[in-house]
Design a protein around this ligand. Structure first.
Ligand code: C2E
Ligand code: MG
Ligand code: MG
Ligand code: MG
Length: 279
């Protein structure tokens, strides 16, 4: 009996795995059409100084699936990386973000996330250069966010690419700092313009003395290296107050604003609603 049950259980797992695999294939298939059928969009989340003054925006990709509704980036970006579609999608996000930012009356910077796959394949430098020319956005207004995944793999190639992007005037931010294996060692290999402390440390600030100490340590290290720090996922005034007390430079999170269509932030980018209305 035990044997039969065991076999049934194995079959159950197998069929569950099949189901999962089928679902991934299905989503992957749908993703190919998403670009052509305008199902992708870019939302923007404000980044602010500790006093709340908004100083820039991060572009975050959204997929409005025809039957599933909004699918989270964490669910479809890995799929797009798997089949290489992230290269096209990544270029699209970049173009959208630059096109949008160039129309803002206030020349605030815009940050775009880049996938490790975009570094490995294709001609990222050329396509970024091309998009900047095409949209007319000043390179100094573009910031790219990378995770340590970019530096795993062909380290030298990635490093050279980052150097060339930086030489164009583009700023490079290290995203999700503290979550990888070698966050610290990457700080000595490249002069990052910004460090983004991962949300997990910020959301644990109140509950965990360890997180608070880690945040303090990252801030003091970054200060010694002269690299500005952005705290990700700031949701409460208590978190903001702690970070301000520790001289964190900037913050991003629901406390300031969620990722939204840029129309919701017209006043912050220098277009007053009145001007829009009567233009
Ligand atoms: P990320 O680059 O670290 O982006 C920050 C994520 O934290 C976003 O999730 C944002 O919505 C979320 N977030 C911001 N503030 C708060 C907060 O106060 N509380 C909570 N709970 N969450 C907050 P999102 O938009 O779901 O994106 C997840 C990840 O997907 C991003 O993490 C990034 O790694 C990736 N991603 C998003 N757009 C793109 C893209 O265009 N290209 C690539 N390659 N990756 C992208
Ligand atoms: Mg990011
Ligand atoms: Mg992050
Ligand atoms: Mg992330």
């Amino acid at each position: 009996r035990a044997k039969r049950e065991g076999r049934a259980r194995v079959r159950f797992f197998e069929s569950e795995m099949d189901q999962e695999l089928r679902d991934r294939r299905l989503l992957q298939h749908d993703l190919r059409q998403a670009l052509e059928q305008n199902q992708l969009l870019v939302h923007f989340q404000p980044q602010a100084r500790m006093d709340g003054e908004v100083v820039g925006f991060e572009a975050l990709l959204r997929w409005n699936h025809p039957t599933r509704g909004f699918v989270a980036p964490d669910q479809f970006i890995p799929l797009a990386e798997e089949n290489g579609l992230i290269i096209q999608i990544g270029e699209w996000v970049l173009r959208e973000a630059c096109r949008e930012a160039v129309s803002w009356p206030r020349p605030l910077p815009v940050a775009v996330n880049l996938s490790p796959v975009q570094f490995q394949a294709g001609d990222l430098e050329r396509s970024i250069h091309q998009i900047l020319l095409e949209t007319g956005l000043a390179p100094t207004r573009l910031e790219v966010e990378i995770t340590e995944g970019v530096l795993i793999g062909d380290f030298t190639r990635a490093l050279n690419l980052l150097r060339r992007l930086k030489a164009l005037g583009i700023r490079i931010a290290m995203d999700d700092f503290g979550t990888g294996y070698s966050s610290l060692s990457y700080l000595q290999s490249f002069p990052f313009d910004k460090i983004k402390i991962d949300r997990s440390f910020i959301s644990n600030l109140e509950a965990s003395p360890q997180s608070a100490e880690i945040v303090r340590a990252v801030l003091s290290l970054a200060r010694a290296l002269n690299i500005p720090v952005v705290a990700e996922g700031v949701e409460t005034e208590a978190q903001r107050a702690f970070l301000a007390g520790e001289a964190c430079d900037e913050m991003q999170g629901y406390l300031i604003g969620r990722p939204e269509p840029i129309e919701r932030y017209l006043d912050l980018i220098g277009i007053t609603v009145e001007r829009r209305r009567y233009a």
